[in-house]
Design a protein around this ligand. Structure first.
Ligand code: HMG
Ligand code: MG
Length: 298
């Protein structure tokens, strides 16, 4: 039985902009986030408190968080890799943070410069300190289907990392198909493994659409009880430390699919398209999604 309601978590300002070759001006980021805030989205991941040398595109995270106009009912979140990142986040009133790591050694090392075992205590410290300050923490696990360095990743390997994050007390775990290789049969076996141990409410799915399989994977996930999905307006996105990774599933395409399946999202499709065209102009590159293509031709 399909869910009647789904939460869309917009990650475009973070996942989308971190992968753009050019720095988008702070004011433009802020304008975009302010527009996204009026689309009915309830959650926007606005930036990252990672090392600015590693992700220069988001070096202005403090400024962005201090400048956005917050709408009631919208959660403004950001990525935090370590205590240094958490201190920066504390400085600018973020509603919620996400810690992140990978299910595979190769990507974990390339992305955050540590082995998987070395990462757990770093994240635990962040989760403990955040909770002391009453800040909610979400966890990401990347490369849940395959790793750009190590190849296929077994569901049991994902389970090991999920177990540890759940034990730390993150309220939700977003499962990332970082390089967009997954297909529904793989999503099914991954979720079958995880759902033997955890309820579907613990998970969000984070599909990159490199090979056009993201929406098929969303449908499979819905059938298995998942009710939270990450996406980027305009299909922006990718991880600079995962070669070949391209954009997230486009929020406007995800929203179309869900709404047409009579699943409530609360997101206004026209406002979403407008905000996609806004950032497309600022980025100066044609954004690719089916809904944008339709809107261009109207
Ligand atoms: P490191 O170089 O190993 O860090 O980087 P370190 O702890 O050895 O510290 C070195 C220096 O950096 C120190 O300064 C620290 O203070 C400073 P020094 O003492 O030498 O002057 N430093 C920082 N400065 C500012 N903010 C910080 C910070 N941390 C240390 N937070 C680190 C380790 C994790 C910081 C680095 O590897 C990094 O920033 N990585 C982030 C990479 C990234 O953002 N990737 C993309 C996001 S993940 C993703 O896209 C996947 C996802 O979308 C899901 C999916 O699709 O699968 C979430
Ligand atoms: Mg991603």
């Amino acid at each position: 039985k399909l869910p009647t309601k789904v939460t869309i978590k917009e990650v475009g300002p973070r996942d989308g902009l971190q992968n753009e070759p050019n720095f988008i001006e702070t004011k433009e980021k802020v304008d975009w986030i302010n527009r996204l805030s009026k689309t009915g989205l309830s959650y926007i991941e606005v930036s990252s408190f990672v090392h600015p040398k590693w992700i220069p595109q988001l070096a202005d995270s403090e400024e962005v968080l201090k400048s956005i106009k917050r709408e009631a009912g919208v959660t403004y979140a950001a990525l935090v890799p370590n205590i240094r990142g958490l201190e920066r986040a504390f400085n600018c009133h973020v509603d919620e943070i996400s810690v992140f790591m990978s299910a595979s050694e190769g990507h974990n090392k390339s992305n955050i410069n540590k082995s998987i075992d070395e990462t757990f205590p770093v994240l635990k410290e962040v989760v403990d300190e955040a909770k002391k300050a009453d800040l909610k923490v979400r966890g990401y696990v990347s490369t849940v289907i395959a790793c750009p360095y190590d190849g296929p990743v077994a569901p049991e390997q994902v389970l090991k990392v999920v177990d540890r994050l759940a034990e730390m007390g993150v309220y939700e775990i977003s499962l990332g198909d970082t390089i967009g290789v997954g297909v529904p049969t793989q999503v099914e076996s991954l979720l079958e493994t995880l759902l033997k141990h955890f309820p579907p409410q613990l998970f969000a799915m984070h599909f990159h659409d490199t090979r056009g399989t993201a929406l098929a994977n969303v449908v499979k996930s819905l059938e298995m009880g998942i009710t939270t999905f990450d996406s980027s307006t305009g299909g922006l996105g990718g991880c600079p430390y995962a070669k070949g990774a391209s954009g997230n599933v486009a929020t406007e395409d995800l929203n179309y699919l869900l709404t047409a399946m009579n699943i409530e999202t609360g997101v206004n499709p026209e406002a979403l398209i407008d905000s996609a065209f806004f950032i497309e102009e600022k980025i100066g590159k044609k954004l690719i999604s089916k809904q944008l293509e339709i809107a261009r031709n109207e």
